[in-house]
Design a protein around this ligand. Structure first.
Ligand SMILES: [Zn+2]
Length: 411
């Protein structure tokens, strides 16, 4: 069925013949824009509902929306021609933030998405090329990171250094240099001055509804058009480099050990995981690796605080066995969450103070990230809606520039 809504056309494929027609057309493409939709897509308990595909070089080409639910338990056989395209070494798949897409295909459909370029990653790699330095990189992360870097560490870490000499403020100042904030598709289009098409708002819990309302189908098709537009711009700017494919494959497959749980903070956040673009950062191929006790990834030593601290945490025994440290990104997740919790707390206390003249000292700087950050983070076990693809942090910061000073520049 081919239909149109708000001038966005799409072809819904829910029969064997419509799949054959789509594959006939798509198999001639060298680059396919790929985007998946679903309820809690890629997470434990989630369901893949739609696979969206289009020729990434032709903005006006058909937007094929494959209704996976229509094929029910037979999808592995009846959608095999589609899965062959996704696994094909001859067609490059263009994704935006494809980790959850990969998870859904890999864990639920036994399909290994390969030969990919992830343009969310290309955006991050383009930042230094656009003149962005550490200052702006930290500002993207938020005020609390800027302050920590400026001071060379939090008051707690300085105290720790005094006590046992195992923490170095310089190291702490450096620690967020490896941390990059991911942008959502909408903000990425804006930052790169790609017009794109407007995307309707949808409730993502309703992707299981059948028949799927046209708003949802328009949403899926719009994403395909926007991914393709951004890809073409990135090619023109020279941001799609040969090594990007290898980095993209590493990026999208980071959760191939298991799917993230809904709300799992170390696997659902808006920071680029480590060891993706600076592969084996901090060492050579023989560098020792350590399992992060946040994200559970095996990472090189250079992804953890300085060696003394690293050894200190690695050798700390807990009841469940040997504890390891947290990587810089997991520490950033903790710091970000602490900040958010303090903001909530501050709001609660401000309303309290208006009645009781109570002064609340709004200070991010104590108890930020000391040696036992794990415990500090676990104590803040509140749920927020994080979505890797849509990136609420981006909305949060870009729409509230007053929180941490000046708004980000757009290029
Ligand atoms: Zn980690």
């Amino acid at each position: 069925m081919t239909a149109s809504s708000d001038n966005i056309t799409y072809t819904l494929c829910d029969t064997d013949s419509s799949i054959r027609a789509a594959v006939d057309r798509l198999s001639n493409a060298t680059h396919l824009a790929v985007d998946l939709e679903g309820a809690s897509l890629g997470q434990t308990g989630g369901t893949l509902c739609i696979i969206s595909l289009k020729n990434a070089w032709e903005l006006d080409s058909p937007n094929y929306l494959i209704d996976v639910l229509a094929f029910a338990s037979e999808h592995e056989r009846r959608l095999r021609p589609i899965y062959d395209l996704l696994e094909s070494p001859n067609i490059t798949k263009v994704l935006f933030g494809g980790c959850m897409d990969y998870c859904a295909l890999y864990h639920d459909c036994h399909v290994t998405l390969s030969n990919v370029v992830d343009i969310q990653l290309a955006d991050i790699k383009s930042r230094p090329l656009r003149g962005e330095g550490l200052d702006l990189q930290l500002r993207r992360l938020g005020e609390v990171f800027v302050k920590a870097a400026a001071k060379g560490g939090s008051s707690l870490s300085r105290k720790k250094k005094d006590q046992d000499g195992s923490w170095n403020g310089n190291e702490e100042r450096q620690m967020f240099m490896q941390v990059h904030r991911l942008l959502g598709l909408r903000d990425c289009l804006r930052e790169h001055s790609v017009g794109g098409v407007s995307v309707p708002k949808v409730d993502h819990s309703s992707w299981l509804t059948r028949p799927l309302p046209s708003t949802y189908l328009t949403y899926a098709a719009s994403d395909l058009i926007n991914i393709s537009g951004l890809f073409q711009q990135f090619v023109a700017k020279g941001y799609i480099t040969p090594i990007l494919e290898e980095e993209s494959q590493r990026y999208i497959s980071i959760w191939n050990d298991r799917k993230p749980y809904p709300g799992e903070k170390f696997r659902n956040h808006a920071f680029l995981p480590l060891d993706i673009i600076n592969y084996r950062h901090g060492g050579t191929s023989s560098t020792s690796r350590c399992k992060c006790n946040g994200c559970q990834r095996d990472l090189p030593e250079g992804c953890f605080p300085m060696r003394e601290t690293w050894v200190h945490t690695v050798t700390s025994e807990s009841s469940s066995g040997t504890r390891t440290g947290q990587c810089f990104v997991c520490r950033a997740v903790c710091l970000q969450r602490q900040k958010k919790e303090r903001q909530h707390q501050s709001r609660r206390n401000r309303s309290f103070s208006s009645s009781y003249s109570y002064h609340y000292d709004y200070d991010y700087d104590y108890d930020e990230y000391g040696h036992d950050n794990w415990g500090a983070c676990e104590a803040l076990d509140f749920e927020i809606e994080d979505d890797f693809g849509d990136n609420p942090w981006a909305d949060y910061f870009l729409t509230r520039p007053g929180i941490w000073g000046m708004p980000l520049p757009y290029y």
